[in-house]
Write a protein that binds this ligand. Sequence first.
Ligand SMILES: [Zn+2]
Ligand SMILES: [Zn+2]
Length: 184
Amino acid sequence: MTSKWWTASPSVRPRTRNAKGSAPVQHGASFWTHSSLTRVSHVLTSPADDLRERGLRVTAQRLAVLRAVAEDPHVTADTVAENVRSEMGSISLQAVYDALGALTDVGMIRRIQPSGSPARFETRVSDNHHHAICRSCGQMADVDCAVGAAPCLTAADDMGYQIDEAEVIYWGQCPECVQGARSA
Ligand SMILES: [Zn+2]
Ligand SMILES: [Zn+2]
C-alpha cells in the first residue's frame, strides 16, 4: 500500500479508540476506503479531484480542513482551526466553519452533534456507523453498525417514512474513566 496524502506523521496519532477501548482505530487509513464503498475510483483520486467532482472549488483552506478532519476523527471546529493554523498559518474560525459546512454539504465529511457538546466532524461517511461518548471526558468512539444489513434502519414502525439513516449515540463511561473511577 502506497503512502497517501493524509498519512499522519508518526507524532500524530488518532485519538479515537474503538468501542472496546483498547487499540486506537486508524481512521485516517480508512478515509478513502469508506468512500470507496460506493465509489471504488476514489482510491485513486486525490482530495482535490474529489472536491472538484462534487462541484466544490479547490482551495488550500478546504484541503487543509479536510486533512485535519481526516487525521483527527470526531474533531471539533476549534481543534480543526488550531491544527490548520499550525499547518498553514492563520485561518479564521469563520473560514473553518465555512469549509466544514461546504464539505459536510457535499458529503465528504460527517457532522455529529451530541447534546451538550460542540459538533464533531469526521471523514468516515456513508457507512451509518454510530458513536459511543464518555460522559466524563467526552471521548468519542466509533461503533460499527452491522455490516450490510444495518438492522437499526428497520424501524419497528416507520410511520410511512422512507428511512435512510439511523443516528445512534451510546452514552456511558470510557474504559479509562471507568478504570480511573475504580482506582480512585
Ligand atoms: Zn472518559
Ligand atoms: Zn465516527
